[in-house]
Design a protein around this ligand. Structure first.
Ligand code: BV8
Ligand code: ZN
Length: 234
């Protein structure tokens, strides 16, 4: 039996299937990932743009990095793989998605049960007083109308805590799953990289290259997320 047939059998007999995604889930939508050859962190030092210190000590660079990503994302959209996962939720094959992605593509494709572990690049707040802010105000580099503080997207920067509810939900869903499918992540970022170790039963890893975390996975499907999901969905 091929690996794909094995995973399809797991999906059909699983009572609870959870998917964990990273930036490799969106590269086929035209959105760069972070750590592969064409990733953001090969061109930009994350310490210079994706930390609280970067925001507070070099706001122009922080603002330029996130504005550029928002403008790129505005031109991209979910691909077939996102829609397959949304359809699996409707058909009762998939029960929950935990994503590190901030692009909102799973929800845009119709998935309803999605935990955004690293927040969203599409909602904004004042970094000082926490008041909500608009995308237009952020892109126009306006200051907070209430306290003149810096505006920022609601992404989780390095050193910041993950959203409590999303983290707890992802933890309990993955721990109680029969099958966990991990798609398009290097699993380099803590604490999300702890999740695969907390699973029992069957775990599937879909990346372009073999997982450096192979020991956590019962099956490694090489290949691109969209292609593999389309094969699994046939
Ligand atoms: C926390 C901002 C406490 C949002 C991101 C020293 C100093 C400070 C902190 C630390 C430190 N050492 C460790 C830490 C903790 C730190 C961390 O892990 N740093 C590491 C990297 C050194 N973590 C944190 O600070 C986190 N907070 O720890 O708080 C805490 C404790 C307990 C419980 C809760 C909290 C905050 C982490 C979030 C940081 N924010 N970015 C943004 O701008 O997007 S991280 C950044 O990496 C993104 O958010 C991204 O989602 C995340 C993970 O990356 P991946 O999604 O895995 O992407 P990557 O490119 O790495 O991999 C893609 C893979 O897909 C590749 O393997 C590629 O081959 C593959 N692929 C590509 N295309 C495809 C494909 N596969 C299939 N198909 C394809 N088509
Ligand atoms: Zn404010």
């Amino acid at each position: 039996m091929s690996k794909i047939e094995t995973v399809v059998n797991w999906l059909q007999s699983s009572k609870k299937t959870v998917v964990l995604t990273g930036a490799g889930m969106s590269t086929e939508s035209g959105v760069p990932d972070f750590r592969s050859a064409s990733g953001w962190w090969t061109k930009t030092d994350p310490q210079q743009v994706a930390t609280v210190d970067a925001l507070e000590s070099n706001y122009p660079l922080f603002h330029e990095f996130y504005s550029m990503r928002i403008q790129l994302l505005d031109k991209c959209s979910p691909h077939k793989g996102h829609y397959i996962l949304a359809d699996w939720e409707k058909r009762g094959i998939l029960h929950h998605i935990a994503t590190q992605n901030v692009d909102g593509f799973h929800s845009k494709a119709g998935s309803r049960k999605v935990d955004e572990l690293h927040g969203s690049i599409y909602t904004f707040r004042c970094h000082s007083c926490g008041r909500d802010a608009s995308k237009e105000a952020f892109l126009a580099k306006e200051r907070c109308a209430h306290c003149q503080g810096y505006l920022r997207p609601n992404v989780v920067l390095f050193g910041e805590m993950l959203p409590e509810n999303a983290w707890r939900s992802a933890l309990s869903n993955i721990q109680s799953a029969d099958v966990v499918i991990v798609i398009g992540t290097s699993l380099e970022v803590y604490p999300v990289n702890q999740l695969p170790m907390m699973t029992k039963g069957k775990k599937v890893y879909i990346n372009k290259e073999a997982a450096s975390h192979a020991s956590y996975f019962d099956c490694i499907l090489e290949g691109k997320a969209k292609e593999v999901l389309m094969e699994l969905d046939d």
